[in-house]
Design a protein around this ligand. Structure first.
Ligand SMILES: [Zn+2]
Length: 306
């Protein structure tokens, strides 16, 4: 690795221009995913996903088409290979929006949210057999070429805090927008699309009680942005760390003795800013476990998502 690297204290920088230069666009996505997943502080085992929108020739017509390559269901970013990514025609994926809007009832937990998952195979590019994750619209509807969705310990600590929205603004200003927790799916993809429309300069979104999603039109820039946003969350937590001087310290130790030896970021955020907001999934309780790879919230395992 010979290029100049940004300085990070809380995440490991892994991008090597010399390696990336040898790869085609899909393999660059695989490479980016592998180096993101290699650092457990960036995302947990089996968690998070990545995507690139790539122009490539249609196997039937030979014409150039826009294809969304996105980490599919199953597997881990650190070890993912090309076959772990699903590929969908962007125009067909976007076309599903019309289908969705015609449904009498829309939103999380509605019948159309589940039904639309069954339509993803109809948007498949080049007969790729990898099933699409329910996170697919989160990537497809963000109007940038490259998208990273991670579950970083430091960001989850912010995302799951009681005053998560305020903390997001304090740490990121207008660069990152906060949105409340919602089960990943088609509707959340539409929400992200709307956020991008209303905040054209935003670089990412804190998904309340869940994690981070951010984007760029260049893959290396997307990777570096992901690291930068995590680094800023970690630095903010460290700067506010009161440690054992916190009034909540003893309470935390009594209630959650395992905190001290496991997810330090969640514990530190908890001590600094108070207990987390109640939520139905991906809260610190879950993230605490997820970061150690010991348990997943039921929704993830049931929905084949990450
Ligand atoms: Zn997620």
């Amino acid at each position: 690795m010979t290029q100049e690297q940004p300085a990070f204290q809380y995440v490991t920088y892994g991008w090597d221009d010399a390696v990336a230069a040898t790869l085609d666009p899909v393999d660059r996505l695989v490479y980016r995913s592998n180096i993101l997943g290699a650092d457990q502080r960036i995302t947990n085992t089996g968690g998070g996903n990545t995507s690139s929108k790539i122009v490539m020739p249609d196997p039937l017509t030979g014409e150039d088409v826009d294809v969304l390559w996105v980490k599919g269901s199953g597997g881990d970013l650190r070890t993912s290979k090309r076959e772990n990514f699903s590929s969908l025609y962007m125009d067909k994926l976007r076309g599903l929006q019309q289908h969705y809007h015609h449904a009498p009832e829309r939103g999380p937990k509605t019948a159309i949210e589940d039904a639309i998952v069954g339509l993803y195979p109809h948007a498949t590019f080049n007969l790729n057999p990898r099933p699409s994750s329910i996170d697919t619209p989160l990537h497809g509807f963000v109007p940038f070429r490259h998208v990273d969705h991670m579950h970083p310990n430091a960001v989850i600590a912010i995302a799951a805090a009681k005053n998560s929205e305020q903390l997001t603004r304090e740490i990121y200003g207008d660069e990152v927008i906060w949105t409340p927790w919602q089960r990943p799916g088609f509707d959340l993809g539409l929400i992200l699309e709307q956020i991008c429309r209303e905040h054209p300069k935003a670089k990412g979104v804190i998904l309340g009680g869940h994690g981070l999603i951010n984007w760029a039109d260049d893959d290396k820039a997307c990777y570096e942005l992901t690291l930068d946003l995590i680094e800023r969350a970690a630095r903010s937590i460290a700067a506010h760390d009161k440690g054992d001087r916190s009034a909540l310290s003893e309470r935390c130790k009594k209630i959650r003795p395992s905190c001290a030896s496991s997810t330090a970021w969640t514990r530190r955020a908890w001590l600094n800013w108070g207990p987390p907001a109640p939520t139905t999934s991906c809260a610190p309780r879950s993230s605490h476990c997820m970061s150690r790879g010991t348990r997943k919230p039921r929704m993830w395992t049931r929905s084949n998502s990450s």
